[in-house]
Write a protein that binds this ligand. Structure first.
Ligand code: GRF
Length: 191
């Protein structure tokens, strides 16, 4: 197996599923999702992973003394599986030093806005309330700053309507295309 990835998610997991579908269809070449990491027992992404026969690592941060402790547990597991790229797909936690140190340059995140505009956990709502006319999606490297690393891919989503649910659906549709494309791009540049 050439490329081994792990996908981290905290909730619904539609981006996880888009990546899993892209892997299964061969779009990503010789690539496999080794693990789905989830910090929320009960999250729907766990069901999706089971349906795709992908192993899960589900944990409760509260069961650990510190972020370093649970990140060490995760990174040890990823190392044992030979994971070379972490894809953060709606993982709603700030990445700490342990993962940053061990996966620097090998961890990417999806953000539902055109960074550096609208960082943070409520990007779509923030942009909508601001009244922008061009929304979008960003895939970027992860560093110490929240939503701050080098940009890998971006796609604009023009929308002038008034229906936030319609807007969210458009943004998610773009995410589901852009994340697999960015993973492919990452590996192409790794060669
Ligand atoms: C996505 O909009 C992603 O950009 C953001 O969290 C959301 C996760 O959605 N970081 P899902 O769990 O992949 O459906």
């Amino acid at each position: 197996m050439k490329h081994r990835i792990a996908v981290f998610a905290s909730g619904n997991g539609s981006n996880f599923e888009a990546i899993a579908n892209a892997v299964e269809s061969g779009e990503l070449g010789d690539c496999r999702i080794m693990l789905c990491v989830c910090d929320k027992p009960g999250a729907y992404v766990i069901e999706r992973a089971k349906r795709h026969n992908i192993d899960t690592l589900v944990f409760k941060p509260r069961d650990f003394e510190s972020k370093r402790d649970f990140e060490k547990m995760i990174a040890d597991k990823l190392d044992s599986l030979g994971v070379e790229l972490i894809c953060l797909a709606g993982y709603m936690r700030i990445i700490g030093e342990e993962l940053l140190e061990r996966y620097r340059g090998r961890m990417i995140n999806i953000h539902p806005a055109l960074l550096p505009a609208f960082p943070g956990a409520h990007a779509i709502k923030d942009a909508f309330e601001y009244g922008v006319k061009v929304y979008g999606v960003t895939i970027h490297h992860v560093n110490e700053e929240v939503d701050g690393g080098k940009i890998i891919a971006q796609e604009a989503v023009p929308y002038s309507g008034n229906d936030i649910e319609e807007l969210e659906a458009m943004i998610h549709k773009t995410e589901h295309k852009l994340f697999p494309a960015a993973i492919k791009e990452f590996f192409k540049n790794e060669k």
